[in-house]
Design a protein around this ligand. Structure first.
Ligand code: NOJ
Ligand code: MG
Length: 526
């Protein structure tokens, strides 16, 4: 076993959605002391690091991704001292801490935006954001045809006769103008603030945003949207003057220098929804970021060839830049994978199988809180939905994957907080069988399965990270990956398949007479 690789190369990182993890003060909202108290659970689960979603002062229009002050703590979640305690406790337990940084936009409550709307057009205050005059008569039309990710126009007008400002997300999230050097300086200060407090890394929100094509020209949109192709090779690329501009990479070169000026292996991971594996790879060139989320794995259909294509395309793109891969199945923005894979017993079986395949791959894996309990997407009644996507469009939105964790007990709030106060979104009453407490004592539970997988994973040889030595093949619905002495088999078909010879290290389902059932995966030592 070699320890020369930096920790993040093959780390398992657990994402904590701060408002939904654990509530210490009984107000129905998760908070920092709640997380600190549950860190031993994460140590026992066997993860290497914890990524915390934004806990900074924020009006919470997008649950913290609307930051009003990058160097503080939202009072609903605790204090700066609570953040220090969390970081120190994590380090004592051998866990690293990654915090979120949100550089594409601020909250409209940020001092800068408040100063901008108080200042006249053309002022230095407005030049930190993307204010423009409108088009059409009296400037009554938005400056271009861009749409917000959360629906509707990406522009909001300050008032009649006034300018418009760009927001690729909610109108409470004005986009910064990264061509203004003040913006880069602000964020260097933010990184240093949290690095000085001891964090081990950053997750960079909308990392592919930041720069827009300078002309702010219209987006060319085909009349008929192209069909989504399964294989990434056939993919039809969209015209995106608002995303993934070449200038963004200079920002990450600067951030890399900042990170390297600190002791320890401080790192950063990009949330970049790029269109191709090659564009993902550009974020992790040797002088840029350490990792980028590989959303292709999360987006793959339940098929051996789809998974094999993702693995091969990922390896090929990353080998060009010499960077190790990352893998992810769920996060706070997508439908939980148990439900994506069909829900019920089949969804859970497939979810466990895809997890085992993922955790066996070289590189780093990101887990989302609650997936270790096999939580499905929850149905959230309209009156409880808070996602700005729902508010702006009436689409169901992302609240169903953000329901608070059921820790213990027979009825909501399932130990989420100290009392009987109900959490900010109700938990389904039938989650009593899914609590951490119930699964803790059940050797066949999904929690026990994750723990075993992570424990075995820790003992795998760490030097087998070179993706060029990994063999990926499919035979019908069976995916086989050979990585050094580890063989991963994933059966995406409807029939059991017979297992090749080899010692079984762990299976996602019960194996009978050396066959691998449908919707199951196994690790073998060859
Ligand atoms: C990506 C985050 O993951 C998502 O939750 C958020 O709404 C957008 N970025 C905007 O910050
Ligand atoms: Mg609380």
């Amino acid at each position: 076993m070699t320890h020369s690789l930096p920790w993040w190369t093959d780390a398992v990182v657990y994402q904590v959605y701060v408002r939904s993890f654990a509530d210490s003060d009984g107000d129905g909202l998760g908070d920092l002391p709640g997380i600190t108290a549950r860190l031993p659970y994460l140590r026992d689960l066997g993860v290497d690091a914890v990524w915390l979603t934004p806990f900074y002062p924020s009006p919470q229009h997008d649950h913290g991704y609307d930051v009003a002050d990058y160097c503080g703590v939202e009072p609903l979640f605790g204090t700066l001292e609570d953040a220090d305690t969390l970081i120190a406790t994590a380090h004592e337990l051998g866990l690293r801490i990654i915090v979120d940084v949100v550089p594409n936009h601020t909250s409209s409550a940020h001092d800068w935006f408040q100063a901008a709307i108080a200042a006249p057009p053309g002022s230095a205050e407005r030049a930190r954001y993307l204010f423009r005059d409108g088009a059409g008569t009296d400037g009554a039309e938005p400056p271009n045809n861009w749409k917000s990710v959360f629906g509707g126009d990406a522009w909001t007008r300050l008032g009649p006769g006034e300018q418009w400002y760009l927001h690729l997300f909610d109108s409470s999230q004005p986009d910064l103008d990264w061509r203004n050097p003040e913006v880069g300086d602000l964020f260097e200060g933010v990184l240093r603030f949290w690095l000085d407090r001891g964090v081990d890394g950053f997750r960079i929100d909308v990392a592919h945003g930041l720069f827009k094509e300078a002309s702010l020209r219209d987006q060319r949109r085909p009349e008929k949207p192209a069909k989504t192709a399964d294989s990434m090779v056939e993919r039809v690329l969209t015209d995106e003057p608002m995303w993934d501009q070449p200038e963004v990479h200079e920002v990450y070169r600067r951030w890399r220098r900042v990170l390297e000026s600190y002791p320890g292996d401080r790192m950063a991971v990009a949330e970049a929804w790029t269109q191709t594996p090659e564009s993902m790879a550009r974020f992790v060139r040797p002088d840029e970021l350490h990792q980028s989320f590989n959303f292709a794995w999360l987006s793959a259909a339940w098929s051996a060839t789809a998974f094999a294509d993702v693995v091969r395309d990922t390896f090929a793109a990353l080998e060009e830049v010499g960077s190790p891969p990352t893998w992810v199945l769920s996060n706070h923005d997508v439908v939980r994978h148990v439900t994506r894979y069909g829900g019920g017993a089949v969804g859970l079986a497939r979810g466990r199988a895809a997890t085992l395949a993922m955790l066996g791959l070289p590189g780093s894996s990101y887990l989302y809180q609650g997936e270790e309990l096999g939580l499905p997407q929850a149905a959230v009644a309209p009156e409880f939905r808070q996602d700005p996507l729902w508010v702006r469009t009436g689409e169901e939105g992302r609240d169903g994957c953000r329901v608070p964790i059921p820790w213990s007990g027979q009825a909501p709030p399932f130990g989420f907080g100290p009392g009987t106060e109900q959490p900010w979104i109700p938990q389904p009453a039938d989650w009593s069988g899914l609590t951490a407490a119930v699964q803790q004592d059940d050797g066949d539970s999904t929690l026990a399965f994750y723990r075993r997988a992570l424990a075995i994973r820790r003992d795998l040889p760490r030097d087998v990270i070179d993706t060029r030595t990994v063999q990926v093949r499919t035979e019908g619905d069976l995916l086989t990956i050979d990585r050094g002495p580890l063989r991963i088999l994933l059966n995406c078909g409807r029939e059991p398949v017979s297992l090749p010879s080899g010692r079984v290290l762990l299976a996602s389902a019960t194996l009978e007479e050396s066959t691998l059932p449908a919707d199951a995966a196994v690790w073998q030592s060859t």
